[in-house]
Design a protein around this ligand. Structure first.
Ligand SMILES: Nc1ncnc2c1ncn2[C@@H]1O[C@H](COP(=O)(O)OP(=O)(O)O)[C@@H](O)[C@H]1O
Ligand SMILES: [Mg+2]
Length: 266
């Protein structure tokens, strides 16, 4: 086929090369190389404080790297002007670690926020989008509630609805299950898979919750000393002999492989 049919390149949604960033003396990311394929969910694992959130913020254009490149659909965002970054950020939904809802705004206003920020839209159309997104996360009819009236799991789901409100191609999830009880954590895992299936989003999930990682990931990446040490499928991780992987997993129970249910990947 034509030159666009050059398979692997167009399948790559995010390509990171030699990404470095530090804060004063502290070198946090020391040369991250990582590819995320279009439509997949990649889980980034790593010990607390190793730089996972910093990496997500670099991808979202919120932190400026010291070196390296981050290509989003082929376009390098490192060194881009603030004006051009505004357009890049429209492609990205971000679920922050603590949900980070606006406490003084209703659920409706929270979910509507990124839509209004990105384009002019009539009230009716906006109300429809917000209702749709809330239905998607199982919170229909909660528009007039305030975050304080919701449980932690519900707040997290509002944060998901907000992250996908303006149809981003990419969703970045920072520790989406942290602080939730196991039942709500598993619901969030399901929701990540549903958003991937229904909206076709490319996802990066940063987590130290191993059961969550194995439940949602198409690929896993382990961050060690500011680099991606190992990258592979959940099965490759389970059977990996890499000392860093064994060490990381040994401290945490690894869930067994699930029997194929949906006829999907693997
Ligand atoms: N804005 C910042 N200024 C200074 N240090 C930071 C900043 N953001 C993160 N760090 C430091 O970078 C390191 C990695 O942080 P982070 O990415 O949040 O870790 P985690 O892997 O737990 O998400 C930590 O030592 C943290 O203190
Ligand atoms: Mg973090």
């Amino acid at each position: 086929m034509g030159s666009r049919g050059n398979g692997s390149e167009s399948d790559v949604m995010i390509a990171i090369r030699g990404l470095r960033i530090g804060f004063d003396e502290l070198k946090v990311l020391r040369g991250i190389d990582l590819e995320v394929r279009r439509g997949e969910t990649l889980c980034v694992l790593g010990g607390s404080g190793c730089g996972k959130s910093v990496m997500l913020k670099c991808i979202a254009g919120l932190y400026t790297p010291d070196a390296g490149e981050i290509r989003i659909e082929g376009e390098n965002i490192v060194g881009m002007s603030e004006r051009d970054l505004v357009d890049v950020r429209k492609k990205i939904g971000f679920v922050f670690q603590n949900s980070a809802l606006f406490d003084s705004l209703t659920v409706f206003e929270n979910v509507a926020y990124p839509v209004r920020e990105h384009r002019k839209i009539a009230d009716e159309a906006l109300a429809r989008i917000v209702a749709e997104r809330l239905a998607l996360v199982g919170l229909e009819g909660t528009e007039e509630k305030y975050p304080a009236e919701l449980s932690g799991g519900m707040r997290k789901r509002v944060a998901f609805a907000r992250a996908v409100a303006s149809d981003p191609a990419i969703v970045l999830y920072d520790e989406p299950t942290t602080g939730l009880d196991p039942q709500n954590a598993r619901r969030i895992d399901l929701l990540i898979r549903e958003l991937q299936a229904m909206l076709g989003v490319t996802g990066i999930v940063v987590t130290h919750d191993i059961s969550s990682a194995f439940a949602v990931a198409d690929h896993l990446a382990l961050m060690v000393e500011g680099r991606i040490g190992v990258h592979g499928t959940p099965d490759e991780f389970r059977s990996s002999a890499e000392p860093t992987v064994r060490e990381f997993l040994s401290a945490r129970p690894v869930p067994p492989a699930e029997p194929a249910q949906s006829g999907g990947a693997t």
